[in-house]
Each structure stands twice: as structure tokens, then as C-alpha cells.
Design a binder for this molecule. Structure first.
Ligand code: ADP
Ligand code: MG
Length: 389
């Protein structure tokens, strides 16, 4: 944790005491950057995310009644709800918080009322999964004050359900899983069907650099759910032609080529992205393990092309940032990361060139777009837990 975060946490704790008159316990849950394997999680496929040192922090103290009082320092907004009153979607940030409490309650946990203050060092809506960090941090904190042992997989699933059912975003398990299970210094190769994860250590000769385009196109939420429907349509057609197809994960590139004529054009392109992306993700995990950084970079570049052309979830700002990133000295490869339509680009960069990378890319991006991007190197962090200051 850096000094600025430590100071922010001390401020969170103080403001909690002023607001609620009690000393809080503190918890954190990280955001994430996905190195490769985009839009594959909800197809039972493979992903390769790393938890970030940027995180959402929750200060919490139990109450004697059944109320949950919540304040977000980032938004300077508050709300209160009653654990004994049925909750409905409100289409605002409270959905993430109320959703997690409801989902944990539905899995049989008796949560106490609580006072909560939230503060995050993650940018919101930038594809670094501030939403999952919020869900997981709140869930972890509530389970802790309930005095219940925390099953990380169960917490990840309850958080995903909260986003699916309450927010109406049909996200896969990746974001919540990595926020719960991150390992310092490693990305995780996650099989989203078996939920088995293999830690992949990031080579010390390389840095993961994130560049925020500072745009977030409104399309993101609706387009995400549309892509899921396209994938479901592909499976509905292909399972009649190929034995044992329950998800796009079950098809390899040769099988898809053989049966692509059965699919309408758009659906065929969506399926091709998912099928080739699964293969690239497995290849990149192997390449990173073998220290093959050039190969890793090439796979990231191919992933971006597939997301742009076949899955159609990129945008001009992401394409520009990717081009600039690849042109920087020491860059192995770059791609959009997260759902798309804005947000961040992730690059794999030679460690010695990571500093000059931002100095090279940021002015060029600003010159073209008029937007000042935020660019930073990240060190993979551990998953959710308690924090001491
Ligand atoms: P991402 O997960 O990529 O950051 P989302 O649109 O999925 O983007 O989630 C962002 C939303 O999550 C915000 O618009 C807000 O509703 C909620 N959120 C995230 N962090 C916070 C926070 N610290 N305080 C209040 N709301 C938050
Ligand atoms: Mg999100």
C-alpha cells in the first residue's frame, strides 16, 4: 500500500468515526486487469486476470438493529436500507451494495445491521472492475462482522449474482473471482467452468501497464448483454451439429471452421472471437510461464484485433491507445481490457521501458483526442481481506 492510500484510509477511518461515532474495522477488495481472455468467462472459457493494487475499501461497524447505513466517499452520497425489507433494483450505485447483502442472505447467512463507509482508489466505469471490488469489499466486510468464516468462492458467486440480478448486468464470474482470489505477483489462469485457477507469475523483466482512455461510451451495458445473447444463439445452433456442446468453450477452431456456414454472419464472427480467444488465453499463459514475452505480446495484439473486428466491442479511442502503446519502445503488445466501448488498454512492456512508456504515449493520445489519459504500471495484488493502518 502506498502512502497516499494509507492517508486516504486514515481519513476514511476518521470520517467514519465522525459520521457514526464508532471505531470501524477495515477491509479491501481489489479491482483487476485482464491480460487476455475477454468475453470468454460467460462462455465457460478461460481468462487471465490479475488483481490490482487499486482497491475499494470498506470501513464497517455492526449495529444492534437490522439497518444498513452506507456512505460512499467517492460519490459523497448515502443511503439506508433494512435487511428485513425486500429490496428492489433502483438503478443506482446502491444496487451493488444491497444486491450483495440480499444474495448473501439468500445463501443462508444471517447478517447483522451495520454502518458502512466506502472509499475506492479505482476509477469507476473504466473496465478495471470497480463494481466487483465494491461488491466483494462489502460482502467480505458484512461476513466478517457477522462472525462467519469466509468462503471466497461463495463470496465471488454471491457478488456475481448481485450484479446479474440486481444491476441487470449479465457478467461472468471473472471479476468477482479475481477480486476474491488474487495472488501477489501473479495473474490467474482461470477455467470459468471448473473454477480451477493456476497462478502465473509475471516475469520480472516485464511490466503490466494500464492506460485509461478516459472515455466510457453508454453502449457498454446493453452491448454486453447483446453479445451474450449472440453467443447463446451460436450454441443453440452448434449443439445440434456437434456432440457435447454446452457452451462455446466446447468448440475448437477446426470444428468452428467446419460448421461456421450454419451460423448467420454476425453470430459466426462472435463465435470465432470466443473460440480463438480461448485458444489464445491458454497459449499466453504457457508463453508467460516460459518467459516468452514476444509471443505473449503477439497474442495480446491478436486478441485486440478479434475484439475489434469480430466481437465489435472496441471504439476509436481504444484503437488509438492500442496503436500508440504498440509503437512505444519496449512494448511487447497491447489490447483493450474489460468489456469494451472505452475504459482501459493493457500493455506488456519491457520493465526498463515502463517509465518512458507513459511519457511517450500520454502526450500523443492527448494531442489526438484532447483527453489526458491516466497511465500506470501495476503490480499484481492479493485478493480481498482485512486491512490494518
Ligand atoms: P467498472 O466495474 O468497470 O468500474 P461498472 O459500470 O461495472 O464499471 O461499475 C461502476 C459502477 O459501480 C459505478 O457507476 C457505481 O455505481 C458503482 N461503484 C463502484 N465503486 C463505487 C464507489 N466507491 N462508491 C459508489 N459506487 C461505486
Ligand atoms: Mg463492472
Amino acid at each position: 500500500m502506498n502512502d497516499a492510500t494509507r492517508r486516504g484510509l486514515a481519513e476514511l477511518s476518521l470520517s467514519f468515526e465522525r459520521r457514526y461515532g464508532a471505531t470501524p474495522l477495515l477491509f479491501r477488495a481489489p479491482g483487476r486487469v485482464n491480460l487476455i481472455g475477454e468475453h470468454t468467462d460467460y462462455n465457460d472459457g478461460f481468462v487471465l486476470p490479475a488483481a490490482l493494487d487499486l482497491a475499494t475499501f470498506v470501513a464497517i461497524a455492526p449495529r444492534t438493529d437490522r439497518l444498513i447505513k452506507v456512505h460512499s466517499a467517492n460519490l459523497d452520497r448515502s443511503f439506508t436500507f433494512d435487511l428485513d425489507v425486500a429490496q428492489e433494483r433502483r438503478r443506482d450505485w446502491s444496487d451493488y451494495v444491497r444486491g450483495v447483502a440480499v444474495e448473501l442472505g439468500a445463501t443462508g447467512h444471517r447478517l447483522p445491521g451495520a454502518d458502512i463507509a466506502i472509499w475506492s482508489t479505482l476509477p469507476m466505469g473504466s473496465g478495471l472492475s470497480a463494481s466487483a471490488a465494491l461488491e466483494v469489499a462489502v460482502g467480505y466486510a458484512l461476513m466478517s462482522v457477522a462472525g462467519e468464516p469466509i468462503d471466497r468462492l461463495e463470496l465471488a458467486k454471491a457478488s456475481q449474482s448481485a450484479e446479474n440480478a440486481f444491476v441487470g448486468m449479465r457478467c461472468g464470474i471473472m471479476d468477482q473471482y479475481i477480486s476474491c482470489h488474487g495472488i501477489e505477483g501473479c495473474a490467474l489462469l482461470l477455467d470459468c467452468r471448473s473454477l480451477e485457477a493456476t497462478p502465473i507469475r509475471i516475469d520480472s523483466r516485464a511490466r503490466i501497464v494500464v492506460a485509461n482512455t478516459m472515455v466510457h461510451h453508454q453502449l457498454a451495458g446493453s452491448a454486453y448483454n447483446e453479445r451474450r445473447l449472440d453467443c447463446e444463439q451460436a450454441v443453440a445452433i452448434l449443439y445440434k451439429a456437434i456432440d457435447g456442446v454446452a457452451a462455446l468453450r466446447d468448440i475448437d477452431t477446426a470444428q468452428l471452421e467446419m460448421h461456421a456456414h450454419l451460423l448467420p454472419g454476425r453470430i459466426a464472427r462472435r463465435a470465432r472471437h470466443v473460440v480463438t480467444e480461448n485458444a489464445r488465453t491458454l497459449e499466453m499463459a504457457a508463453a508467460l510461464e516460459a518467459g516468452a514475452l514476444e509471443t505473449s505480446g503477439r497474442l495480446m495484439n491478436a486478441s485486440h484485433a478479434s475484439l475489434r473486428d469480430d466481437y465489435e466491442v472496441s471504439c476509436p479511442e481504444l484503437d488509438l491507445m492500442v496503436d500508440l502503446a504498440r509503437g512505444a519502445p519496449g512494448a511487447y503488445g497491447a489490447r483493450m481490457t474489460g468489456g469494451g466501448f472505452g475504459g482501459c488498454v493493457v500493455s506488456l512492456v519491457e520493465a526498463t521501458a515502463a517509465e518512458s512508456f507513459a511519457a511517450r504515449v500520454a502526450p500523443a493520445y492527448e494531442k489526438e483526442t484532447g483527453l489526458a489519459p491516466v497511465i500506470f504500471s501495476c503490480f499484481p495484488a492479493a485478493g480481498a481481506g482485512s486491512v490494518a493502518i
